[in-house]
Each structure stands twice: as C-alpha cells, then as structure tokens.
Design a protein around this ligand. Structure first.
Ligand code: HEC
Length: 160
C-alpha cells in the first residue's frame, strides 16, 4: 500500500513538473520568418516612404517592441505574438491596436496588451503603425500560421 502511495506521489509530482514546463512564453513556439522574408520586409519598409518610417518610429516609441517581435527591425519582444507573420490587413491590425480586448489571440495572456493606445495616438498615427505592421508581414504569412489556433471569430459583421 505504501508503495502504491509513493508511486502515486511520484506520478502527481511528475505531472506538476511537466505542467510547469508549459509556462514558457507562447511566442517561443512561433517560428521566426525566413531570412528571405526578413530581407523582403526590410525592402518594403525602405520603399514605404514617410508613412512607413512614421509607423516604424511609433512601433519603437510606443514600446510595442517590448512585447512583440519584428525581425526586420530587430525587435524581439516575446510576451505577445510575433507581428511579422500576420495574415491580417492594416484595418484589422489597427483594430487590434486601438481595441485589443475586442478580439484576443489564443494562447497569449488576454489582458496584457495596453488598452490606451487608441487614446494616446490619433487616427493618423494608428493608421501609420498598422500600415507598417501590415507591410512587414506583407502577405508572407504562410499556411502553417493557420494551425496556430487563433480564436478569432472575426466578428467582421460590425466592422466599424
Ligand atoms: C505589455 C505587452 C504588450 C505591448 C506593450 C503591446 N502588445 Fe500587442 N499584444 C500583446 C499580447 C499579449 C497580445 C495577444 C493577446 C491579445 O490579442 O490581446 C497582443 C496582440 C497584438 C496584436 C494582434 C496580433 C494577432 O496575431 O492578431 C497586434 C496587431 C498588436 N498586439 C500590436 C501591438 C502594437 C502595434 C503595439 C504598440 C502600439 C502593441 N501591440 C503593444 C501584448 C502587448
């Protein structure tokens, strides 16, 4: 009987330890873009003119890089999803910035992204930032992203 108990304790502890391992940042499991994709993103940023430059600046100034990775500009934040492999358009991205709780990405902390960007930035700034993020991903998003399990019902119906 003792032995059975001891075995049980070992089992339960083992499970607890394995469970603790799952606490790794989900972004660690996201594949970085390929070198070619990073090069292409750099070119799009360079070719993007003033709006793109503004978006890139805001990405750093607003501290997005603390939580988000964009390889093409050397941003390595890991608390939130990578932003250089998105398959969202600029409009969706602008929404994610202005209203982060409207539609959260599965597997990431739901209440982490600050909600005050919509107040701190004006429309033009949010558009520039969203254009930058969209351009970085540039439709490069590969099919394997589909398996990421984003729980986005995409409530597009009331898209305003
Ligand atoms: C304190 C950490 C933090 C900061 C700072 C932050 N975010 Fe986020 N962001 C997150 C997390 C966590 C998520 C995923 C959960 C969610 O959707 O809210 C997220 C989600 C997003 C998404 C949706 C991504 C997808 O896969 O659809 C976008 C776009 C985004 N952030 C852009 C930004 C931009 C741009 C900034 C700067 C203005 C910013 N974030 C600042 C933590 C952060």
């Amino acid at each position: 009987m003792r032995l059975v108990l001891a075995a049980l304790v070992v089992l339960v502890m083992g499970a607890a330890i394995a469970g603790a391992g799952m606490g790794e940042a989900p972004a660690e499991r996201e594949a970085a873009p390929t070198q070619a994709a990073v090069q292409a993103a750099k070119q799009r940023i360079a070719a993007g003119g003033a709006v793109m430059a503004r978006g890139r600046q805001l990405f750093a100034d607003e501290g997005c890089d603390r939580c988000h990775a964009i390889a093409a500009v050397g941003a390595g934040g890991r608390l939130g999803p990578r932003l250089d492999r998105l398959d969202d358009d600029a409009e969706d991205i602008a929404e994610s910035i202005a209203d982060p709780r409207d539609d959260t990405v599965d597997g990431y902390p739901e209440k982490l992204m600050p909600t005050d960007y919509g107040r701190r930035m004006d429309d033009e700034e949010i558009q520039a930032l969203a254009a930058f993020v969209a351009a970085v991903s540039g439709g490069e998003a590969s099919d394997d992203r589909r398996g990421r399990g984003r729980g986005r019902g995409h409530g597009r119906g009331g898209g305003d």
